[in-house]
Write a protein that binds this ligand. Structure first.
Ligand SMILES: *Cc1c(COP(=O)(O)O)cnc(C)c1O
Length: 391
Protein backbone atom coordinates (compact mmCIF):
# COMPACT_ATOMS: atom_id res chain seq x y z
CA UNK A 1 0.00 0.00 0.00
CA UNK A 2 1.33 3.46 -0.81
CA UNK A 3 2.10 5.57 2.23
CA UNK A 4 -0.61 8.18 2.74
CA UNK A 5 0.72 11.66 3.32
CA UNK A 6 -0.49 13.16 6.61
CA UNK A 7 -3.25 15.71 6.06
CA UNK A 8 -2.00 19.29 6.36
CA UNK A 9 -3.01 21.32 9.43
CA UNK A 10 -6.41 23.01 9.19
CA UNK A 11 -5.98 26.69 8.27
CA UNK A 12 -8.34 28.40 10.71
CA UNK A 13 -10.02 31.35 8.98
CA UNK A 14 -9.03 34.68 10.52
CA UNK A 15 -6.68 33.18 13.11
CA UNK A 16 -4.75 36.14 14.57
CA UNK A 17 -0.98 36.48 14.87
CA UNK A 18 -0.26 36.53 18.63
CA UNK A 19 3.31 37.28 19.65
CA UNK A 20 5.35 37.12 22.85
CA UNK A 21 4.96 40.80 23.77
CA UNK A 22 1.19 40.52 24.28
CA UNK A 23 1.57 37.20 26.09
CA UNK A 24 4.05 38.82 28.50
CA UNK A 25 1.77 41.85 28.94
CA UNK A 26 -1.22 39.65 29.82
CA UNK A 27 0.93 37.82 32.39
CA UNK A 28 2.13 41.16 33.83
CA UNK A 29 -1.49 42.31 34.01
CA UNK A 30 -2.46 39.12 35.87
CA UNK A 31 0.47 39.59 38.26
CA UNK A 32 -0.57 43.18 38.92
CA UNK A 33 -4.00 41.76 39.87
CA UNK A 34 -5.67 44.77 38.20
CA UNK A 35 -7.76 42.91 35.64
CA UNK A 36 -10.62 45.35 35.05
CA UNK A 37 -10.62 48.79 33.44
CA UNK A 38 -7.46 50.60 34.50
CA UNK A 39 -4.03 51.83 33.39
CA UNK A 40 -3.68 49.44 30.42
CA UNK A 41 -7.03 50.50 28.98
CA UNK A 42 -5.95 54.14 29.42
CA UNK A 43 -2.72 53.41 27.54
CA UNK A 44 -4.52 51.53 24.78
CA UNK A 45 -6.89 54.50 24.39
CA UNK A 46 -3.94 56.92 24.16
CA UNK A 47 -2.18 54.71 21.61
CA UNK A 48 -5.32 54.23 19.51
CA UNK A 49 -6.08 57.95 19.57
CA UNK A 50 -2.52 58.70 18.41
CA UNK A 51 -2.80 56.14 15.59
CA UNK A 52 -6.05 57.74 14.39
CA UNK A 53 -4.73 61.31 14.80
CA UNK A 54 -7.16 62.08 17.65
CA UNK A 55 -6.88 63.29 21.24
CA UNK A 56 -7.31 60.75 24.08
CA UNK A 57 -10.52 62.59 25.01
CA UNK A 58 -11.88 61.68 21.56
CA UNK A 59 -11.82 57.89 22.09
CA UNK A 60 -13.52 55.45 24.47
CA UNK A 61 -12.60 51.77 24.78
CA UNK A 62 -15.49 49.32 25.13
CA UNK A 63 -15.88 45.54 25.11
CA UNK A 64 -17.03 45.17 21.48
CA UNK A 65 -17.83 47.05 18.30
CA UNK A 66 -21.45 46.04 18.84
CA UNK A 67 -21.35 47.91 22.16
CA UNK A 68 -19.64 50.86 20.43
CA UNK A 69 -22.42 51.04 17.83
CA UNK A 70 -25.17 50.74 20.44
CA UNK A 71 -23.72 53.37 22.78
CA UNK A 72 -22.96 55.74 19.88
CA UNK A 73 -26.56 55.64 18.78
CA UNK A 74 -27.91 56.08 22.31
CA UNK A 75 -25.52 59.03 22.77
CA UNK A 76 -26.77 60.50 19.48
CA UNK A 77 -30.05 61.27 21.30
CA UNK A 78 -32.35 60.56 18.36
CA UNK A 79 -36.07 60.36 19.00
CA UNK A 80 -37.34 56.75 19.25
CA UNK A 81 -38.27 55.26 15.90
CA UNK A 82 -35.96 57.55 13.94
CA UNK A 83 -34.71 55.91 10.78
CA UNK A 84 -31.06 54.99 10.35
CA UNK A 85 -29.93 54.19 6.81
CA UNK A 86 -27.40 51.38 6.54
CA UNK A 87 -26.16 48.65 4.21
CA UNK A 88 -27.59 45.17 3.68
CA UNK A 89 -24.01 43.91 3.21
CA UNK A 90 -22.95 43.89 6.87
CA UNK A 91 -22.80 41.78 9.99
CA UNK A 92 -26.08 41.51 11.92
CA UNK A 93 -24.54 43.53 14.78
CA UNK A 94 -24.85 46.77 12.78
CA UNK A 95 -28.61 46.21 12.41
CA UNK A 96 -29.21 44.88 15.93
CA UNK A 97 -27.46 47.89 17.47
CA UNK A 98 -29.88 50.20 15.63
CA UNK A 99 -32.83 48.18 16.89
CA UNK A 100 -31.56 48.09 20.49
CA UNK A 101 -31.09 51.87 20.43
CA UNK A 102 -34.85 52.12 19.77
CA UNK A 103 -34.31 53.20 16.17
CA UNK A 104 -35.49 51.78 12.85
CA UNK A 105 -33.00 50.34 10.32
CA UNK A 106 -33.57 51.23 6.66
CA UNK A 107 -31.46 49.50 4.01
CA UNK A 108 -29.82 51.14 1.00
CA UNK A 109 -28.24 48.79 -1.54
CA UNK A 110 -24.51 48.54 -2.15
CA UNK A 111 -22.56 49.45 -5.24
CA UNK A 112 -21.99 46.19 -7.17
CA UNK A 113 -18.30 46.96 -7.72
CA UNK A 114 -17.16 48.45 -4.39
CA UNK A 115 -19.64 46.42 -2.30
CA UNK A 116 -19.96 49.51 -0.04
CA UNK A 117 -23.23 51.42 0.45
CA UNK A 118 -24.17 53.41 -2.66
CA UNK A 119 -24.58 57.14 -1.92
CA UNK A 120 -27.33 57.40 -4.56
CA UNK A 121 -29.24 54.61 -2.80
CA UNK A 122 -28.86 56.49 0.52
CA UNK A 123 -30.44 59.59 -1.01
CA UNK A 124 -33.29 57.52 -2.42
CA UNK A 125 -33.95 55.99 1.04
CA UNK A 126 -34.26 59.30 2.90
CA UNK A 127 -37.71 60.00 4.42
CA UNK A 128 -38.94 62.71 6.81
CA UNK A 129 -38.03 60.33 9.69
CA UNK A 130 -34.39 59.75 8.63
CA UNK A 131 -31.94 60.96 11.30
CA UNK A 132 -28.69 59.08 10.71
CA UNK A 133 -26.53 57.15 8.23
CA UNK A 134 -24.50 54.12 9.33
CA UNK A 135 -21.98 53.31 6.57
CA UNK A 136 -19.82 50.16 6.84
CA UNK A 137 -16.32 50.34 5.33
CA UNK A 138 -16.73 46.90 3.82
CA UNK A 139 -13.71 44.56 3.86
CA UNK A 140 -11.56 47.58 4.71
CA UNK A 141 -12.43 49.63 1.64
CA UNK A 142 -13.47 53.10 2.77
CA UNK A 143 -16.97 54.17 1.70
CA UNK A 144 -17.41 57.24 -0.52
CA UNK A 145 -17.24 59.54 2.48
CA UNK A 146 -17.21 62.84 0.53
CA UNK A 147 -20.58 61.99 -1.01
CA UNK A 148 -21.98 60.50 2.21
CA UNK A 149 -20.98 63.52 4.34
CA UNK A 150 -22.47 65.86 1.73
CA UNK A 151 -25.79 63.99 1.95
CA UNK A 152 -25.63 64.07 5.76
CA UNK A 153 -24.88 67.81 5.84
CA UNK A 154 -27.63 68.61 3.35
CA UNK A 155 -30.22 66.65 5.32
CA UNK A 156 -29.00 67.30 8.88
CA UNK A 157 -28.19 63.63 9.57
CA UNK A 158 -25.82 62.09 12.11
CA UNK A 159 -23.17 59.72 10.72
CA UNK A 160 -22.00 56.67 12.68
CA UNK A 161 -19.24 54.81 10.84
CA UNK A 162 -18.95 51.05 11.31
CA UNK A 163 -15.16 50.71 11.16
CA UNK A 164 -14.97 47.04 12.22
CA UNK A 165 -12.95 46.29 9.06
CA UNK A 166 -11.28 49.67 8.73
CA UNK A 167 -8.63 50.36 11.38
CA UNK A 168 -6.02 51.21 8.72
CA UNK A 169 -8.37 52.69 6.08
CA UNK A 170 -8.02 56.25 4.81
CA UNK A 171 -10.10 58.26 2.35
CA UNK A 172 -8.57 61.34 0.73
CA UNK A 173 -6.00 61.65 3.51
CA UNK A 174 -8.40 61.14 6.43
CA UNK A 175 -8.74 58.06 8.59
CA UNK A 176 -11.99 56.10 8.45
CA UNK A 177 -13.94 56.81 11.62
CA UNK A 178 -13.03 60.51 11.68
CA UNK A 179 -15.60 61.74 9.14
CA UNK A 180 -18.83 61.20 11.01
CA UNK A 181 -20.05 61.92 14.52
CA UNK A 182 -18.86 58.51 15.73
CA UNK A 183 -16.50 55.81 14.51
CA UNK A 184 -16.93 52.28 15.90
CA UNK A 185 -14.04 49.81 15.78
CA UNK A 186 -13.77 46.08 16.56
CA UNK A 187 -10.93 44.10 18.13
CA UNK A 188 -12.75 40.77 17.82
CA UNK A 189 -10.45 37.75 17.36
CA UNK A 190 -10.53 37.84 13.55
CA UNK A 191 -10.13 41.61 13.05
CA UNK A 192 -6.92 43.42 12.04
CA UNK A 193 -6.11 44.37 15.67
CA UNK A 194 -7.37 41.88 18.26
CA UNK A 195 -8.05 41.93 21.99
CA UNK A 196 -10.21 38.75 21.92
CA UNK A 197 -13.36 40.80 22.37
CA UNK A 198 -13.09 44.58 22.32
CA UNK A 199 -14.07 47.79 20.62
CA UNK A 200 -13.42 51.53 20.45
CA UNK A 201 -15.63 54.57 19.95
CA UNK A 202 -14.09 57.62 18.31
CA UNK A 203 -15.53 61.07 17.74
CA UNK A 204 -14.55 64.71 17.32
CA UNK A 205 -17.02 65.99 19.89
CA UNK A 206 -15.52 65.39 23.35
CA UNK A 207 -18.93 65.80 25.00
CA UNK A 208 -20.28 62.96 22.84
CA UNK A 209 -17.37 60.71 23.85
CA UNK A 210 -17.73 61.65 27.53
CA UNK A 211 -21.41 60.69 27.35
CA UNK A 212 -20.54 57.44 25.57
CA UNK A 213 -18.06 56.61 28.36
CA UNK A 214 -20.67 57.16 31.06
CA UNK A 215 -23.22 55.07 29.12
CA UNK A 216 -20.68 52.27 28.66
CA UNK A 217 -20.22 51.93 32.45
CA UNK A 218 -23.68 51.73 34.02
CA UNK A 219 -24.27 55.46 33.58
CA UNK A 220 -21.82 56.10 36.44
CA UNK A 221 -20.03 59.40 36.64
CA UNK A 222 -16.67 57.89 37.78
CA UNK A 223 -15.13 54.61 36.72
CA UNK A 224 -13.62 52.01 39.06
CA UNK A 225 -10.01 53.01 38.40
CA UNK A 226 -10.83 56.41 39.75
CA UNK A 227 -12.92 55.03 42.63
CA UNK A 228 -10.59 52.30 43.90
CA UNK A 229 -7.24 53.90 43.06
CA UNK A 230 -4.96 55.40 45.68
CA UNK A 231 -6.55 58.85 45.54
CA UNK A 232 -9.04 58.10 48.34
CA UNK A 233 -12.63 56.90 48.11
CA UNK A 234 -14.82 58.90 45.73
CA UNK A 235 -18.59 58.54 45.63
CA UNK A 236 -20.01 57.94 42.19
CA UNK A 237 -23.32 59.16 40.92
CA UNK A 238 -25.55 57.33 38.46
CA UNK A 239 -26.57 59.96 35.96
CA UNK A 240 -28.41 57.72 33.48
CA UNK A 241 -29.35 54.06 32.90
CA UNK A 242 -26.19 52.84 31.24
CA UNK A 243 -24.77 49.53 30.08
CA UNK A 244 -21.91 47.21 31.13
CA UNK A 245 -19.65 47.70 28.14
CA UNK A 246 -16.24 48.60 29.58
CA UNK A 247 -12.99 47.07 28.29
CA UNK A 248 -10.77 45.13 30.73
CA UNK A 249 -7.05 45.73 31.24
CA UNK A 250 -6.56 42.06 30.33
CA UNK A 251 -7.97 42.86 26.88
CA UNK A 252 -6.04 46.11 26.51
CA UNK A 253 -2.82 44.21 27.40
CA UNK A 254 -3.22 42.30 24.13
CA UNK A 255 -4.36 45.35 22.15
CA UNK A 256 -1.42 47.59 23.08
CA UNK A 257 1.06 45.25 21.36
CA UNK A 258 -1.27 44.30 18.53
CA UNK A 259 -1.73 47.98 17.70
CA UNK A 260 2.02 48.59 17.79
CA UNK A 261 2.35 46.06 14.93
CA UNK A 262 -0.71 47.11 12.93
CA UNK A 263 1.32 48.61 10.08
CA UNK A 264 3.71 45.67 9.82
CA UNK A 265 0.77 43.28 9.77
CA UNK A 266 -0.99 45.43 7.17
CA UNK A 267 2.04 45.16 4.85
CA UNK A 268 1.88 41.37 5.15
CA UNK A 269 -1.88 41.42 4.39
CA UNK A 270 -1.21 43.65 1.39
CA UNK A 271 1.46 41.24 0.11
CA UNK A 272 -0.90 38.26 0.41
CA UNK A 273 -3.67 40.30 -1.26
CA UNK A 274 -1.43 41.05 -4.25
CA UNK A 275 -0.33 37.43 -4.51
CA UNK A 276 -3.99 36.35 -4.67
CA UNK A 277 -4.81 39.01 -7.28
CA UNK A 278 -1.99 37.80 -9.55
CA UNK A 279 -2.70 34.10 -9.00
CA UNK A 280 -6.44 34.36 -9.75
CA UNK A 281 -6.34 36.83 -12.66
CA UNK A 282 -7.03 34.07 -15.22
CA UNK A 283 -9.89 32.36 -13.33
CA UNK A 284 -13.65 32.68 -13.91
CA UNK A 285 -14.27 34.20 -10.49
CA UNK A 286 -14.91 37.78 -9.38
CA UNK A 287 -12.01 39.56 -7.67
CA UNK A 288 -12.04 42.62 -5.35
CA UNK A 289 -12.15 45.97 -7.11
CA UNK A 290 -8.83 47.84 -7.03
CA UNK A 291 -8.76 50.47 -4.24
CA UNK A 292 -10.04 53.88 -5.34
CA UNK A 293 -7.37 56.55 -6.00
CA UNK A 294 -6.47 58.55 -2.89
CA UNK A 295 -7.68 55.84 -0.53
CA UNK A 296 -6.12 53.12 1.53
CA UNK A 297 -7.76 49.71 1.83
CA UNK A 298 -7.29 48.00 5.21
CA UNK A 299 -7.10 44.58 3.50
CA UNK A 300 -9.31 43.05 6.18
CA UNK A 301 -11.12 40.63 3.87
CA UNK A 302 -10.16 39.20 0.49
CA UNK A 303 -13.45 38.14 -1.08
CA UNK A 304 -13.98 36.33 -4.37
CA UNK A 305 -17.29 35.88 -6.20
CA UNK A 306 -18.11 32.29 -7.12
CA UNK A 307 -20.99 32.04 -9.58
CA UNK A 308 -22.09 28.47 -10.37
CA UNK A 309 -22.66 29.15 -14.08
CA UNK A 310 -19.46 31.02 -14.75
CA UNK A 311 -17.07 29.49 -12.22
CA UNK A 312 -18.20 25.88 -12.74
CA UNK A 313 -18.95 25.32 -9.04
CA UNK A 314 -21.62 26.67 -6.74
CA UNK A 315 -20.58 28.93 -3.87
CA UNK A 316 -21.62 26.43 -1.21
CA UNK A 317 -19.91 23.52 -2.98
CA UNK A 318 -16.80 25.70 -3.17
CA UNK A 319 -16.94 26.34 0.61
CA UNK A 320 -17.24 22.61 1.29
CA UNK A 321 -14.45 21.74 -1.14
CA UNK A 322 -12.12 24.23 0.57
CA UNK A 323 -12.98 22.62 3.89
CA UNK A 324 -12.10 19.18 2.48
CA UNK A 325 -8.74 20.70 1.53
CA UNK A 326 -8.46 21.77 5.20
CA UNK A 327 -8.73 25.49 4.44
CA UNK A 328 -11.15 27.57 6.53
CA UNK A 329 -13.14 30.22 4.64
CA UNK A 330 -15.75 32.81 5.57
CA UNK A 331 -18.92 34.33 4.10
CA UNK A 332 -19.13 38.12 4.55
CA UNK A 333 -22.04 38.23 4.37
CA UNK A 334 -25.34 36.70 3.44
CA UNK A 335 -27.32 39.90 2.85
CA UNK A 336 -29.16 41.04 5.98
CA UNK A 337 -32.66 40.55 4.40
CA UNK A 338 -31.91 36.81 3.94
CA UNK A 339 -32.39 36.29 7.69
CA UNK A 340 -35.82 35.29 9.01
CA UNK A 341 -35.94 37.70 11.95
CA UNK A 342 -35.63 40.79 9.76
CA UNK A 343 -38.02 39.35 7.18
CA UNK A 344 -40.63 38.84 9.89
CA UNK A 345 -40.07 42.13 11.70
CA UNK A 346 -39.62 44.49 8.76
CA UNK A 347 -41.09 42.54 5.83
CA UNK A 348 -37.71 42.68 4.07
CA UNK A 349 -37.06 40.47 1.04
CA UNK A 350 -33.56 40.05 -0.40
CA UNK A 351 -34.78 40.87 -3.95
CA UNK A 352 -35.36 44.46 -2.90
CA UNK A 353 -31.58 45.00 -2.60
CA UNK A 354 -30.39 42.97 -5.62
CA UNK A 355 -26.69 43.89 -5.51
CA UNK A 356 -26.33 42.80 -1.88
CA UNK A 357 -28.40 39.68 -2.56
CA UNK A 358 -26.19 38.58 -5.44
CA UNK A 359 -22.95 39.33 -3.59
CA UNK A 360 -24.18 37.51 -0.50
CA UNK A 361 -24.98 34.39 -2.54
CA UNK A 362 -21.62 34.35 -4.37
CA UNK A 363 -19.06 35.69 -1.92
CA UNK A 364 -16.27 33.69 -0.26
CA UNK A 365 -13.62 35.18 2.03
CA UNK A 366 -10.20 33.56 1.72
CA UNK A 367 -7.67 33.48 4.59
CA UNK A 368 -5.76 36.80 4.82
CA UNK A 369 -4.13 36.74 8.25
CA UNK A 370 -0.53 37.94 8.70
CA UNK A 371 -0.05 34.60 10.44
CA UNK A 372 -0.18 32.78 7.07
CA UNK A 373 3.15 31.51 5.79
CA UNK A 374 4.05 31.71 2.11
CA UNK A 375 3.37 27.96 1.96
CA UNK A 376 -0.10 28.47 3.50
CA UNK A 377 -0.88 31.10 0.87
CA UNK A 378 0.38 28.68 -1.78
CA UNK A 379 -2.04 26.02 -0.51
CA UNK A 380 -4.97 28.44 -0.73
CA UNK A 381 -4.00 29.45 -4.27
CA UNK A 382 -3.62 25.84 -5.40
CA UNK A 383 -7.03 24.93 -3.98
CA UNK A 384 -8.84 27.87 -5.60
CA UNK A 385 -7.16 27.25 -8.97
CA UNK A 386 -8.13 23.60 -8.70
CA UNK A 387 -11.80 24.33 -8.00
CA UNK A 388 -12.70 27.27 -10.25
CA UNK A 389 -12.94 27.26 -14.06
CA UNK A 390 -10.36 29.16 -16.09
CA UNK A 391 -11.73 32.41 -17.51
C1 LIG B 1 -17.15 42.23 13.56
C2 LIG B 1 -18.15 43.24 13.12
C3 LIG B 1 -18.99 43.91 14.03
C4 LIG B 1 -19.09 43.52 15.46
O1 LIG B 1 -17.88 43.60 16.13
P1 LIG B 1 -17.77 42.97 17.59
O2 LIG B 1 -16.52 43.59 18.14
O3 LIG B 1 -17.65 41.49 17.42
O4 LIG B 1 -18.98 43.36 18.35
C5 LIG B 1 -19.80 44.92 13.56
N1 LIG B 1 -19.82 45.25 12.25
C6 LIG B 1 -19.06 44.63 11.35
C7 LIG B 1 -19.10 45.06 9.92
C8 LIG B 1 -18.21 43.58 11.75
O5 LIG B 1 -17.46 42.93 10.86
Amino acid sequence: MPATSPSPPFLVFGSPLIEQAEIDEVVACMESAWLGTGPRVAQFERDFAAYQGLQPSQVAAVNSCTAALHVSMVASDLEPGSEVITTPMTFCASINAIIHAGLTPVLADVDPVTQCIDPAAIEAAITPRTRAILPVHFAGRPCEMDAIMAIADKNGLMVIEDCAHAIESTHHGRKAGTFGDFGCFSFYATKNVVTGEGGMITGHDEAHIARAKVLALHGMSKDAWHRFGDQGYKHYQVVEAGFKYNMMDLQAAIGIHQLARVERNWRRRDTIWNRYMAAFADLAIGLPAPPAPGTRHACHLFTIMVDAERSGISRDDFLNAMNVRRIGTGVHYLAVPEHPYYQQRFGWRPEKWPNAMRIGRQTVSLPLSPKLTDADVGRVIEAVRDLANPA
